[in-house]
Unconditional design. Sequence first.
Length: 201
Amino acid sequence: MGWLIGWNDRKSLISHLTRGEENETVKQTVIAHQAAGNNLWTVFEQTTKATGEVKRFIILFMMTGGRNRDWGYKDISESMGPCEVSCPLKYLDMVPVGEGNYSAPWRERVRAYWVARSARSAPKRAATVARRKAEKARMAAGQAEEHARWERERAGHLARYATLLREGKILDAACRADWIRHYGQENIERIEREVAAPATA
């Protein structure tokens, strides 16, 4: 079959190819479709109205167009053994092997294509995982350092509070409340107990 041309853009062509069809005897519905570049892979479900028989088959629509040219397509069924092999693997599970001598070999080529593609992308995936782990480790180290710095600063301030207590410079409740707000009541009371301990010994 040759090319059928006559759509203004790729989107309207895909809409046309996936709309399904129905007449007095048969209803055809596209139950799945996915574009890989200009290859539109589809799963059609065909129901014979008189008997209720349901069949599924894979159709590839090879699309062309753009660059000031109208869009069009050529359709190739699985039974014709397309040269293209980027069909989603899940479509093979959705549809029984087609009739004729080309379907089974074509499916093997599709599976081999996805195995090879996965093998090529595995190092990239591993590098991505390693990079993300390193980024998380750097973030964790930065957070740990920030926390340690904050703890050092707090310890210094609490030591200053102890010195002020010994020197009698915590003069009123408002001053004490300000320290509690910044460093917590539990910490302030602990310092006060430590400072008072020698005097009560």
